[in-house]
Ligand binder design. Structure first.
Ligand code: ADP
Ligand code: MG
Length: 399
């Protein structure tokens, strides 16, 4: 896959439509107005935006935010993100409350070289997620050049990530997308061994393809989080009232078989009767008693996983080991984060992706000790699995 990048295009005087990933967490200020709680994703888009402005282009930014379900929702407006971006760029960033229609067309036509505008949340339009051709065309009408820099949504074929690229020529990769693809291609195609993947989080169903592919290349896959209980139940263990996906039992047992010893499952667990920071928690080995649910990997599992991670030359991590948002169930996740940072200090190459996993890194205070913190969760897994990313496939081929 060889696609055009920002380096291949002349930006002078051009209307450059950039799909960024500004799907950031928001907070409410005291006066009730929303504000950006974590601007990591906004900062990640700055190299592309600055390059366009420096090249004399007009930057028209589009993104989704949250899940408004195809209709306007003032709580999920990108207006406060425009203000925040303006502060970071030290430039005025205009905001358009429309993504389609004559008004936005006129505003864009009136832009001067080196100026920036952010359009409203693309998911306020029902045509975004359905990849509606009319919506994709109306976005395309705003642009001479399309840039995709939203790695985090590149695995989704939506109007602003894939559809629009069919109607703008050239459609190119932004700085962030290029960097993610370059790094992840190396990890996927020529990793140093031993390679250890740590996979946790909420659902097996999100990660089946990844487990299958990685179990063929990685020496070990360490499973944690809620998805371990689906595996454990499939192998005949008692898992109490832990979260399981009944409809994935068969998949889980065949994945385990196929992995031929590469899959490691937790041997002990931190359990409680409910997901509550105040619930009495205990450690159990092996089977989980009725009415108790597994909410974190136990201390013996932490030791085993830590040793495996420290032996690795390549470590990939997605998905927390437990309900790390709550103190009593955070130890497993924090320990894995520290083990990966220690392995990295000792020379391993580490890649971590996923919204919750990345916030766990920050909470453990080890973000700076990870080789590559990806801006994608699902996109990173999809790419590592070897599946195509629609947001990349749709771009213009390099000759
Ligand atoms: P990421 O955002 O890093 O890709 P996921 O979204 O897949 O990770 O999973 C994170 C979620 O999984 C967290 O909200 C966490 O509380 C939840 N989780 C992890 N372990 C358990 C468990 N044992 N039971 C219930 N939920 C869990
Ligand atoms: Mg998540």
């Amino acid at each position: 896959m060889n696609k055009l990048t920002l380096d291949d295009v002349d930006l002078q005087g051009q209307r450059v439509l950039v799909r960024v990933d500004f799907n950031v967490p928001l907070d409410k200020q005291e006066n009730g107005s929303p504000t950006v709680a974590d601007d990591t994703r906004i900062r990640a888009a700055l190299p592309t935006i600055r390059h366009i402005l420096d090249g004399g282009g007009k930057a028209i930014l589009i993104s989704h935010l949250g899940r408004p379900g195809g209709q306007p929702n003032p709580d999920l407006s990108l207006a406060c993100v425009a203000d925040h971006l303006g502060t970071l760029l030290k430039e005025r960033v205009r905001f358009s409350s429309n993504t389609v229609g004559d008004t936005v067309r006129e505003v864009v036509d009136g832009m001067s070289e080196g100026s920036v505008i952010l359009l409203e949340n693309t998911r306020f339009e029902s045509g975004e997620k359905s990849n509606d051709e009319a919506f994709a065309r109306s976005l395309a009408d705003l642009a001479d050049i399309y840039v995709n820099d939203a790695f985090g949504t590149a695995h989704r074929a939506h109007a602003s990530t894939a559809g629009v690229a069919e109607f703008v020529d050239p459609a190119v990769m932004g700085r962030l997308l290029t960097k993610e693809i370059d790094i992840l291609t190396k990890v996927r195609d020529e990793p140093e061994h031993p390679m250890v993947a740590v996979l946790g989080g909420a659902k097996v169903s999100d990660k089946i393809g990844t487990v299958r592919t990685l179990s063929k290349v990685a020496e070990k896959i360490l499973i944690g989080g809620a998805m371990s209980y689906t595996f454990l139940q499939a192998l005949g263990h008692e898992i109490g009232s832990s979260r399981v996906e009944e409809d994935r039992m068969e998949t889980a047992s065949s994945l385990y078989e196929e992995a031929d010893g590469a899959l490691a499952l937790p041997s002990d667990h931190v359990v409680a009767e409910e997901i509550d920071a105040g619930a009495a928690s205990t450690v159990v080995e092996g089977d989980i008693p009725e009415a108790q649910m597994g909410l974190d990997i136990g201390p013996a599992t932490v030791d085993t996983y830590r040793s495996a991670i420290l032996e690795a030359e390549t470590v990939i991590w997605n998905g927390p080991m437990g309900v790390f948002e709550l103190e009593p169930f955070a130890t497993g996740t924090m320990s894995v984060a520290e083990a990966i940072a220690d392995a990295t200090d000792a020379g391993a190459y580490s890649v971590v992706g996923g919204g919750d996993s990345v916030s766990a890194l920050a909470r453990a205070g080890v973000t700076d000790r990870i080789s590559h913190v990806s801006t994608g969760g699902g996109a990173m897994l999809t790419f590592l699995e070897g599946a195509p990313l629609p947001g990349v496939e749709a771009l213009t081929d390099a000759e």
